[in-house]
Ligand binder design. Structure first.
Ligand SMILES: [Zn+2]
Length: 273
C-alpha cells in the first residue's frame, strides 16, 4: 500500500464515520477497519479512501481502544504512515481558548506549540535529530486556513496561535491557565504532541485545525459543559469537510516548505556506533 496523504481524526470528528458520512462526491471509501501489525502492537482501525483519485489513509486518535496509552497509539499510527510513504498529515481536535475574544465555535490553526505533556520520549527510532523550527508546515496551514474559509465563510479563523499540550485527561486549573497566559499561549489541548515529533521523524508535513470548545479555566467565567457537548456533535460534519477541502487544496497546490529537511541523522548514534 502506497499512500502519500493521511488524516488523524481527533475529538471534533469523533461522532461521525469519517469520511463516509460526509457524502462528498470526490471521496471514495475503499476499505474501513483495516488493522496493521506494527512493532508497537496492533494499530487502530484505519480507513482507506480516495480523494480526487489520490489515496488517503485516516484513523482516529481518540476513543478507539481503552488500555492503550496515547504514546503507544501514536507510535502504531506513525509506523503505519511511515511504511505507507505518507508525506502529508492533517489533524484536528478540540481546544480551550485562553483569549476572551476567541470563542467556542471559532477555529484555530496553530503555528507553534509548547509541550507540557510527559510523553517527550515517544519516537519510532533514535535515528534522527529533529529540528522543531516551523513545526506546523506553513503551506499546509495555509491550505487549512483556505479550507476553513471555503467551508464556513465568515467563521472566525485564527491562523496563528501557540498551542499548549497538556498531559490530561483532566483539564487545567485556573492557576495553570494564568501561568500559560503569561507565556503567550493561545489555546490549550491534549493532542499535537507527540504527533508533531513523529511527523517530523518520518519526514512528513504536519498541521492541524482545532475547534474551540470552551474557555480555558478562569478566562471568561465558568464555561458551559452543554456548549462543549453540543459542539462535539454539531461541528463534526463541518470539521470533516474542512479537512477534505484543505487536503484537496494541498493535493492540487502543494507549496514549498522545509519540513523534510528539518530531520538530520543523529550525531549521537553515529558517535556511539
Ligand atoms: Zn511542510
Amino acid at each position: 500500500m502506497h499512500c502519500a496523504y493521511a488524516i488523524i481524526g481527533g475529538s471534533s470528528t469523533c461522532s461521525i464515520r469519517f469520511p463516509a458520512d460526509l457524502h462528498d462526491a470526490a471521496v471514495k471509501v475503499l476499505e474501513e477497519n483495516r488493522i496493521f501489525n506494527t512493532p508497537f502492537g496492533e494499530s487502530p482501525p484505519f480507513t482507506l479512501f480516495e480523494l480526487d483519485r489520490e489515496p488517503v489513509i485516516t484513523c482516529r486518535m481518540h476513543g478507539w481502544r481503552s488500555g492503550v496509552p496515547r504514546g503507544r497509539a501514536s507510535q502504531q499510527i506513525f509506523w503505519v504512515m511511515k511504511e505507507a510513504g505518507v508525506h502529508t498529515i492533517l489533524a484536528e481536535g478540540g481546544v480551550g481558548s485562553l483569549r476572551e475574544d476567541l470563542n467556542p465555535g471559532d477555529l484555530v490553526i496553530p503555528h507553534d506549540y509548547i509541550d507540557l505533556s510527559l510523553r517527550k520520549d515517544v519516537s519510532l527510532s533514535d535515528d534522527y535529530l529533529l529540528i522543531m523550527r516551523d513545526p506546523l508546515c506553513p503551506p499546509l496551514r495555509a491550505a487549512l486556513i483556505a479550507g476553513a474559509e471555503q467551508v464556513v465563510p465568515g467563521r472566525k479563523v485564527l491562523g496563528e496561535a501557540v498551542y499548549a499540550v497538556t498531559e490530561g485527561r483532566h483539564f487545567e486549573s485556573r492557576s495553570e491557565i494564568r501561568l500559560f497566559s503569561q507565556w503567550q499561549i493561545t489555546v490549550v489541548g491534549q493532542s499535537l504532541a507527540p504527533e508533531v515529533y513523529l511527523a517530523r521523524e518520518i519526514g512528513a508535513c504536519y498541521a492541524g485545525v482545532y475547534l474551540v470548545v470552551n474557555y480555558a479555566e478562569g478566562t471568561a467565567g465558568d464555561w458551559s459543559h452543554d456548549v462543549l457537548h453540543n459542539l462535539f456533535y454539531s461541528e463534526a460534519q463541518t470539521m470533516g469537510q474542512i479537512l477534505i477541502c484543505a487536503l484537496r487544496n494541498r493535493i492540487h497546490s502543494p507549496g514549498d516548505c522545509s519540513c523534510a529537511s528539518l530531520r538530520k541523522p543523529s550525531l549521537i548514534k553515529k558517535h556511539l556506533s
